[in-house]
Write a protein that binds this ligand. Structure first.
Ligand SMILES: C[S@@+](CC[C@H](N)C(=O)[O-])C[C@H]1O[C@@H](n2cnc3c(N)ncnc32)[C@H](O)[C@@H]1O
Length: 295
């Protein structure tokens, strides 16, 4: 196990390395907001791994709310064995997310339509169904259109709170949207715009967008800013342990929140170095061994 690399007095921080061993060192209850966008299940089944992991990682582990989620895992993976290695990858990291959330905190888990239903069941077992707040549909309209089925042009974001009686959510801080039928509401309302629902229309990061970093899975900062604005306060700590190009950090910095980002991919660290070094205050970069990562 690593020595703790971070505490609440640290500056904004980016850590290069596998997230799980790092997360295990962090103090419980430290983060108001956790936003993660893990790599999607690619569908590449590793049968050798199946034999190992069935007996090990999940074991007889009991969900935080008392459900035996080993049973759930068995039921789910019986339908789709490409999901076994994904479950064994994601579940211990989601357990850490639960442990690290503050009592008023919220987790946003960004997935696509192939994973979201499995992950919902997993998170219900980990957090308790009463902690499920929303499923946000982020809809966009870009790229080629399938002709043999409805073209899939959305991602799913599952939202869970640590405590349904205590969580922080401030819709007054959120950017508002134009009314779809402005003729039906007062001019005052039109000028103010409407509060977003759980369906967010937002363009992807366009090839010519200023925010574009070149990182292939980069998410729009507008989507992250809405999340950060609603579910944290200025000065709060925000964690993203699948950080990629650092979009969560960019949104947190713009809204005066502090951030801890982790990614295992060298290219992601390089992109974040370019992107976040321009923000105020710029982050420190560490390796999982605690040394300053080379520039
Ligand atoms: C979908 S991308 C995140 C993109 C990000 N939301 C953005 O806007 O750029 C997922 C990231 O998770 C990272 N990752 C995958 N496995 C990891 C692990 N075990 N530890 C840390 N990072 C990991 C990948 O390197 C990748 O950058």
């Amino acid at each position: 196990m690593h020595a703790p690399l971070w505490d609440a007095d640290s500056p904004n921080t980016v850590i290069a390395g596998d997230n799980l061993p790092v997360l295990e060192t962090l103090p419980a209850g430290s983060f108001q907001l956790i936003c993660i966008d893990p790599p999607f299940n690619t569908g590449r089944t590793q049968r050798a791994q199946r034999i190992r992991t069935v007996r090990s990682a999940a074991g007889d582990r009991v969900g935080f709310k008392g459900q035996t989620y080993q049973t759930l895992r068995g039921a789910l993976t019986a339908y789709d064995d490409t999901f076994i290695s994904y479950w064994d990858f994601l579940a211990p990291r989601l357990e850490q997310a639960w442990r690290l959330l503050a009592a008023t905190g919220t987790l946003y888990l960004h997935l696509d339509y192939r994973e979201v239903h499995y992950a919902k069941v997993m998170l219900d077992a980990l957090f308790g169904r009463e902690c499920f707040l929303n499923e946000i549909i982020w809809a966009y309209d870009y790229g080629a259109r399938a002709k043999r089925r409805w073209p899939t042009k959305h991602d799913n974001i599952l939202v869970y709170v640590k405590d349904p009686k205590k969580y922080h959510f401030n819709s007054d801080e959120v950017d508002r949207e134009p009314y779809m039928a402005p003729g039906l509401v007062t001019a005052e309302k039109v000028a103010r715009g409407k509060l977003p629902t759980d369906v967010w229309w937002h363009t992807i990061v366009a090839p010519n967008a200023r925010e574009r970093t070149g990182y292939p899975t980069q998410k729009p900062v507008g989507v992250l800013k809405r999340i950060v604005a609603a579910s944290s306060r200025p000065g709060d700590w925000v964690l993203d342990f699948f950080a990629g190009s650092g979009t969560t950090g960019a949104a947190a910095a713009e809204l005066n929140r502090k951030y801890l980002l982790i990614d295992s991919h060298t290219e992601a660290i390089d992109v974040m170095r370019r992107r976040l070094s321009r923000t105020t205050p710029p982050p420190q970069f560490l390796t999982a061994d605690g040394e300053l990562a080379a520039t």
